[in-house]
Design a protein around this ligand. Sequence first.
Ligand code: ADP
Ligand code: MG
Length: 262
Amino acid sequence: MLLETRDLTVTIGGKTILKDLSIRFAEGKRTAIIGPNGAGKSTLLRALAALNPHYQGEILLDGEDIRKMGRKKLSQRLAILPQSVQAPPDTTVERLVDYGRFPYRSWFRGSNAREDREAVEWALSVTHLEDFRHRQVVSLSGGERQRAWIAMALAQQPEVLLLDEPTTYLDIAHQLEVMQIVRQLYEKYGMTVIMVLHDINHALQYADEIAIVKDHGIFSQGSPKEIITVDTLAKVFGVKADIFINSEGAAILSPISIVQKG
Ligand code: ADP
Ligand code: MG
């Protein structure tokens, strides 16, 4: 397993958010994390990226406890795009993406300018932002800005990419663009992707595995086909839904009405 939690418990302000949660992420797979609002999906993702040091249990990257890894060492292997990134900084796209190189820099070693350059160029090209490099981040559209943040994470050249609701607030074309970038990262570069998705149809189309977070733990994890059933949608989301097969052979769900959960 590339990344896993063992009995992860997170308590914030006396409130248990996650309890004895164990989940494993295989190398080179895309896992979608879904679940109701407030279930603890973002809390889980932040814990995986060592952004919340106050947890019990273990989080292992390649068998190594992430508590014992330095921030830079971890950031060379794992990058996260949090759910609500701060207001866009007063800077250009190229400089923003270049910030992603921080794990490779230090005051005593300096940096390897050529490697930094190549990583930034690669990140700009994967996210189709080459022509936007000199634009101010504030001047970008929502879709372009989201791609700029993804490019910054990619400049870290991580093995594992964590994305928290990367398509929220984007129109359908820009949602598709982001999901296709993710697909390319996985298919072409073998990146392990763990993404919280609010759109279950995206999870069905773009993930190899789906994990449902509910009641402080993992309700179920498995292939999209196993996990997304009419029964589960009623139990977890309290929604009656139809499931169709689209022209690409992917399952697509259509919510019909609200039902009593459980
Ligand atoms: P999700 O991403 O599944 O919507 P979150 O992980 O953001 O859920 O939040 C899970 C629960 O933890 C929510 O009830 C939320 O209010 C609470 N929570 C998360 N972060 C904090 C925090 N920093 N302080 C207090 N409560 C928090
Ligand atoms: Mg969230």
